[in-house]
Design a protein around this ligand. Structure first.
Ligand code: MLT
Length: 266
């Protein structure tokens, strides 16, 4: 079911009586990034996905977004849907939103799944890359930027063996409004560093990383997991930065196992 909350396109699947899971997608993607997970989980969980402001079907407006506004968007969905103790699952940019949401108020949730992401803010190199990306979109248009960025998020094995998946993903990313894409880049650039908060996470947490993820590599994510008390860490084979798309069966098994062991009944 699709609805609009706070100018955001929000999609729900499954029964609202079941444990809610909110999925927050990465950049430059949309809610359909989670289709494989929703298919696997919708019979047992109330699955909520949405398009982050500026992307997909959500409102673009003037494209002036910040990470804080993105987090408030997430809380507006939690509030409007009356979600009690949902599990929060974010990939990459969705993970940035999730780390900050946890820091602001972890009592709203019952657990966290952080996929191919990190709590650190952009360093100088990353800031300059964001500036170059915005310049490229302004001067060459969205497509060349998207081509290079999206291909970099997939493992070579996926680029070679899952051409249709990569093409479909690219086609969706081409459709974004460039104003929204640039707004998302600035929002990511504006995020704070939540590393010091990790030790204060009190809820069950699962960290998942594609074995070939070059943007947030397994060594980094293992280190992050080491800072979250009682967390679990898993490496997904045959996947890069887009592990839930590239190896959905493995990711779904990990997520289901975590939910059954650590979340059921909470
Ligand atoms: C993402 O997958 O969301 C992006 O790689 C995040 C980023 O550009 O920092």
């Amino acid at each position: 079911m699709k609805r609009t909350i706070n100018n955001l396109a929000v999609f729900t699947e499954g029964s609202p009586e079941k444990k809610p899971i909110v999925f927050v997608h990465g950049f430059p993607y949309d809610h359909t990034m989670w289709n494989f997970q929703i298919e696997a989980l919708k019979n047992d969980y109330y699955c909520i996905t949405y398009d982050i402001r500026g992307l997909g079907e959500s409102y673009v407006g003037d494209g002036q977004f910040t990470m804080e506004a993105y987090v408030q968007d997430l809380f507006s969905i939690v509030k409007e849907l009356n979600l009690d103790k949902s599990v929060l699952c974010g990939l990459s940019m969705g993970g940035y939103i999730s780390f900050r949401a946890a820091e602001i108020d972890q009592s709203k949730f019952s657990g966290f799944i952080f996929m191919d992401t990190k709590p650190g803010a952009d360093d100088n190199t990353a800031k300059l890359k964001r500036a170059a990306a915005i310049n490229q979109i302004n001067t060459e248009g969205l497509i060349p930027f998207t081509d290079a960025f999206v291909k970099n998020t997939f493992a070579d094995i996926s680029l070679n063996e899952k051409k249709e998946l990569v093409e479909d993903t690219l086609k969706k990313s081409y459709k974004h409004n460039p104003v929204g894409v640039k707004g998302a880049l600035i929002a990511m650039l504006s995020r704070t560093d939540t590393t010091n908060f990790l030790q204060k996470i009190k809820l069950p947490s699962l960290l998942i990383c594609g074995s070939f993820d070059t943007l947030t590599p397994p060594t980094l994510m293992r280190e992050i997991a080491g800072k979250i008390p009682g967390s679990e860490f898993a490496i997904v084979p045959r996947a890069g930065h887009m592990s839930p798309l590239e190896n959905p069966d493995n990711v779904n098994d990990l997520v289901k196992g975590f939910l059954e062991r650590r979340i059921a009944g909470k």
